[in-house]
Structures are given as C-alpha cells and as structure tokens.
Design a protein around this ligand. Sequence first.
Ligand code: ZN
Length: 432
Amino acid sequence: MKEQLTEEKVFKDPVHHYIYVQDQTIWDLINTNEFQRLRRIRQLGTSYLTFHGAEHSRFSHSLGVYEITRKIISQFERNGYPDWPVGERLVSLCAALLHDIGHGPFSHSLEEVFDTDHEEWTCKILLEDTGINRVLREVSEDFPDKVAAVIQKKYPQPIVVSLISSQMDADRMDYLLRDAYFTGVNYGTFDLERILRVLRPHKGQIVVKESGMHAVEHYLMSRYQMYWQIYFHPVTRSSEIILRQIFRRAQELYVGGYVFEWMPAPLKGLLHNQLSVDDYLKLDEALVQTVFMQWQEESDPLLSDLCDRFLNRKLYKYVTIENPDETLLNEISECFSSIGMNPDYHMEIDFPFDLPYDVYRPDKKEGEKREKAPILLLLGEDEISEISAKSDIVRSITGLHQGQYHLYYPEEPLKESVHLLSEPLKKLFKLE
Ligand code: ZN
C-alpha cells in the first residue's frame, strides 16, 4: 500500500476554492496520460455554443467530484460514525476521481450515433493495459476490479456506490455548481457546505439529517432549474443535432465507400466500430474539431455544409410543434424535397425527454436503465423517509414537466424558396 504524500498537494479551483490531495495513489492517477486527456474533453459538450463560458473540462469536474467525496468521507471519519465502513476511503476516492475517465469527445452525441458507452470505456481503461491500471495495481492486484465495481454499481458495499451514484451524489453536486459557475447563471447554486454537514452513513446508505431538508430542497430546485435552463436549452440541442448529423453522414459515406481527403486512424476505427483502447484515448475534442475543419473541404456537399455549420455556429432554427402527426410531417418533408433540401438531414423532431438527464423522481420505473437511490431523510434516531413524502416543494417539482416538440431545420434554403411554400407552412416557419 502506498503512503500518504509527504507534502499535501493543492489545486486552485473556482468552485471548491482548493482541492486537496494527500494520497500518493491519487496524485499518480492525476498524472497519468489518460487523466490528463480529460483536459481536452469539455464537461458540457456543445453548450459553449450557447453559453460561451462553458469551456470547462471533465478534468476540473473529475477533481471536483473527488474533492466532494473526500470531504464527505472525512466528515464521517472525524465523527467516527460506526455505519461508515473503515477501509473504503481509497477505493471511494479513486472511483470518484475516475468515474468519467471513459468519456469521449462530445460524449452524448457520439454515443447516440455509434452506440458506444462511456461506462464500458471507463472499465476498459481501468482494467486493460493503461497508465491508470498500472497505478491502481500498485495498491493491490484486485484494486482495479474494485474501482470498476464501484463505477458499475456492483460493489458489495452499497454506501460506497451511493457516494458517486445516487440522487444526491458527489458527481451531481459538483457538476451543478460547476456548470452554473461556468455558464454564468445564478440559479444553479446551493449550500454545499451545509449539505455535506448533514449527511450521515446509515445502514449501508447515505441519508440526510431531517434538519438538512431545506438545504436539500434548495439543491433540488437548482437542479430543476439547471435542467430546463441549461441542459435542455433548445440552442444547445440544435448544435447537438448538427454534431450527430456530421457523425451520421461521415459513417454513411464511409460505409458507402466514399474516399475521404482526410481521415485520421482513430476516427476510422470509430466509423467502422473497431476501436482499441489506445485509439479511443486518442479521440479528443481537439482532434474532432480539426477533422471538422478539414471536412469543410470534402467534396460531399452535405458533410462540408454540416461541418461549416458546426464550426461557425450556423445552427438550425427551430419551431415548436404542438402535435407532430404524420400528415404534417409528410407535408413538410415533401415541401423540403421539392425545394432541394434533404429531409433525412434537414428536418429533425426533438423532444428533450430523450436526453440521459433526469429531474428528480422518487418512484422507480421498471426497466429504467439508470436507477439511482432516492434521497432519504433520517427522522430522529432510526426512522427513514423519502424526501418527497416530507417536502411540499420537492413534491411539486417531481412530476413530469410538460415537454414540447421542436422541429429543427436550416432556415436559409427555406427563406430563398419562400414563394414556393404553402400558406400554413409559411405560418409555421414564421416566414410570412
Ligand atoms: Zn461526472
């Protein structure tokens, strides 16, 4: 087992003020190539096209999740709570630090098109021959498996899993505060220090002392606001749609035998679904953006136009559609074809509930993929209650928000052919 560092290391951080590293293992993990790569992956994907401050990286978020986890555990240890399993500190800290190590460039869009999964990549990076794996194995031969089990939510100590994966885990607490800070909005903030003070280990789970309920309400309100104001922002959705279309078009061309002027090896692996860990680790946002820059010159007009749109922020416009029925969509599709647009690419219906984000829901839905432990209040010594049973505020925001359908399309070709549009379509696209 490695020692503590002789001298504590600190990172200056805009959200947590300072981030403290005391363990040699944590320090060594931070200094691996795989962890440093996270500097080149943005935390919020394409959101910087909507909120120009949102350039923060998964590197800073990962350090933040580590720091929150470290604070929670040190609070448990300082108070000597018997329900915190002593000896689980290092595995918890490593899992917190590495929970996002498998994220690729513009992860969510990439995953949708290529059917990859960042959690699977995380496990490969932990378990295959990488710098991360070497550092973890210095702790013990089975330590990489332990860290992977925490991230896969299969670790035998559920309390360790809930630290980084529950409805109020270190991951969410960090990204809400960090995303609010870097987008520049005010409503994502909440009293982290207060929440950390009222957390208690209790029979294999983490619960909140009843007196901390109002701090948790504030956290959930912030989260609710952030989903609707930042994560579901319709302009960000437009940039994600264009990004997905670039990947989709590139794959379509690649499979069809089109010869690209410029095609770096790791991207080729991605396009024919044969990617080694080494290649995956070479994929970062710097590479992807360079590729798009080059692809603006490709002879396929659709691909070059999409890349130009993404790089130069010529995003699709959108209109709200009350009821996207087949008749209406067919009419739009025919109209688009008749004026030389490509309905396969130039019209996309979006409904924000498809995102892998969720607002707080205490009830478990059957078959739901990412089920997260609900927030539990500790009443008195031993009684446990799910928070929405106690809080009117939480109950009022747990119901499903009424989402809206948006139709995304490039506006320029429509404007040029406005005289060919039917009156109802002119009205729909606000081109009267
Ligand atoms: Zn995360």
